[in-house]
Design a protein around this ligand. Sequence first.
Ligand code: HPA
Ligand code: ZN
Length: 346
Amino acid sequence: MADETVPLNRYLALPKVELHRHLEGSLRLSTMLDIARKHGVTVPVSMLNLSGLVQVQDKDPMTFSNFLDKFKTLRLFYRSPDVIHRVTREAVEDAAKDNVHYLELRFTPVALSRAEGFPLHDVMDWVITSAQDAAKTFGIKVGLIASVNRHESPELAEQVAWLAVDHQKRGLFGLDLAGNEAEFKSNPFHDIFKEAKQSGLHLTIHAGEWGPAENVRDAIENLGAERIGHGVRVLEDEAVVALAKERGVVFEVCPTSNFQSGVVTTMEEHPLPQMIAHGLKVTVNTDDPSVSRITLSNEFQIAHEKLNVPMDALKQSILLAAESSFLADAEKAELLQSLKKQMNLR
Ligand code: HPA
Ligand code: ZN
């Protein structure tokens, strides 16, 4: 609709930073169709229904299990090194087109390696190489985070963590715990994350999304999280809010993802403004732009127009995202300076 283009441009024009985006949730539908044709990927129902299998639909149940099911189908597509190169490159290109200046892209080596049994170290090498190449091509800065899932093997997670430690110099800055928080505790991963942190990796943990505020405490105290993926349910426990503030923990909030996975029942009741009002450090992110059929600009529009967060606060959240990125100090300072200049901030 013509009148939707005008307001969106204001959000597109903002130079943005994305701290929470999954590669596996960023595949273009057109690319998936292409891969399915070339590799004969058999999906359970007709190709016309592909969108319904890999993207949340208005008629879908807004539940975490429906949301996570999309990733099960998405795993069928990682059929060759070329596919992994292509989807990585396109994810970076799409972020650049949305005027994201720094993208911290997370990827799940176990997911990417499954369909064809690719070695984990090859998959990591392919993603890192393509992401850094694409960053140069499309004029965007990219950092990488390796993700492991709570509902999958801690032994594989340990392998991913050690490979990640070895790839730090190539821009793989962090480790993330994702997956089914509603049904799986983090205990089997405590030692892995502790050792990864001691080896220099930064940590971000999905917590307080599909599980209670107590999981945010667990992520901070037992896993050593510097940042929390989502964490919106932190507001259910004042003591955990106080802990997060005391430790300066940063929240990677993803409004549409929260609506689509049933964390909130309407967009308007999303707790982003209350989190800001409580003095928590909050950033705005997409989570899975393709699964959710959104861009980061869309999320800024929602934050301002549906959640009434003032533009000034959103600009500050962009600077906060740059400050709490996993970039080295010198690069972070450079990014901050360039963002301030473009937003006319000092
Ligand atoms: N939560 C947990 N795991 C995920 C998510 C999420 O929001 N998105 C992709 N994997
Ligand atoms: Zn996520």
